[in-house]
Write a protein that binds this ligand. Structure first.
Ligand SMILES: NC(=O)c1ccc[n+]([C@@H]2O[C@H](COP(=O)([O-])OP(=O)(O)OC[C@H]3O[C@@H](n4cnc5c(N)ncnc54)[C@H](OP(=O)(O)O)[C@@H]3O)[C@@H](O)[C@H]2O)c1
Length: 250
């Protein structure tokens, strides 16, 4: 299989690259930090995989389109759109610049890369497109308005793409993880419920991909809590959100 993974230099992307690094798979890994990406690529090669490394900023949309066009000259079996950033805000109005950056990285970059690849997948009549969204897209806390909004936009995009591409034999999957150990969560200074080790998170994500789950939120208990809260009357939701937000110390 030829598998493309964005954001492969650390965290979930790095662990996914190592998970898929077998003799049968050819990997294309994208991220900005060359040294980190080289280290991941070397370990993947040690496991028998053929690896192409692309050092690029996903916010360079012209470059993403160029990369997408370049990759479309051969079969592409799976694209894992994992590159992402989060910014926490302790209070006040979210700066526009943060909104801009998060929407670029977490949302717009995805279509810049996919636009030239989708026709290739349609021609093949096969392929998996996997979006790494977040449970944070289902409930927006006052401290993560930009992050949750960008991931919710991603969900909407993925939903539409699923309806568009299913008749062409293409599987579009949206994974919505809770808190998993990574560089991103290591920066968090609040208690993260149902926190998961990276390997456990990768086990769940790869399970969802192999089973072609269209939408896969996890851990289930955390997801269930969010769903139950969403059914409460607004006044009660206000109290719960304000209470948990206060407990974060933000
Ligand atoms: N960890 C969690 O609890 C959790 C939960 C839900 C969803 N997620 C999502 O999972 C994905 C991976 O996050 P992570 O937790 O593994 O965090 P991470 O360790 O910080 O990894 C983020 C990856 O994205 C890449 N990236 C960021 N901005 C980029 C840019 N402009 N261009 C190219 N690559 C870029 C980074 O590479 P470079 O810095 O080298 O470019 C890095 O490889 C994200 O989409 C995140 O929103 C994570």
């Amino acid at each position: 299989m030829r598998i493309l993974i964005t954001g492969a230099s650390s965290g979930l992307g790095e662990a996914l690259a190592l998970h898929y690094a077998t003799r049968e798979n050819r990997l294309v890994l994208i991220a900005r930090r060359e040294d980190r990406l080289e280290d991941v690529a070397a370990r993947c090669r040690e496991q028998g995989s053929d690896v192409e490394m692309i050092v690029a900023d996903v916010n360079d949309f012209e470059r993403m389109r160029e990369i997408g066009r370049g990759l479309s000259d051969q079969q592409i079996d799976r694209i894992i759109l994992n590159a992402g950033v989060s910014v926490g805000h302790s209070g006040g109005v979210t700066p526009f610049e943060d909104f801009h950056r998060l929407f670029q990285t977490n949302f717009l970059s995805v279509h810049a890369l996919l636009e030239p690849i989708i026709p290739k997948l349609m021609e093949q009549e096969s392929g998996d497109i996997v979006f790494i969204s977040s449970l944070a897209s289902l409930l927006t806390m006052p401290t993560s308005i930009a992050y949750s909004s960008s991931k919710r936009a991603l969900n909407a995009y993925a939903e539409g793409l699923h309806y568009q591409l299913k008749p062409h034999g293409i599987n579009v999957m949206t994974i919505l993880p809770g808190f998993i150990d990574s560089e991103m969560t290591q920066k968090n200074r609040f208690k993260m419920p149902f926190f998961m080790e990276t390997n456990e998170g990768i086990k769940r994500i790869s399970y969802a991909i192999e089973r072609k789950k269209i939408r896969y939120p996890f851990p289930f208990r955390f997801y269930l809590m969010i769903r139950i809260v969403s059914l409460f009357p607004q006044s009660l939701r206000d109290k719960i959100v304000n209470f948990t937000n206060f407990k974060k110390g933000s």
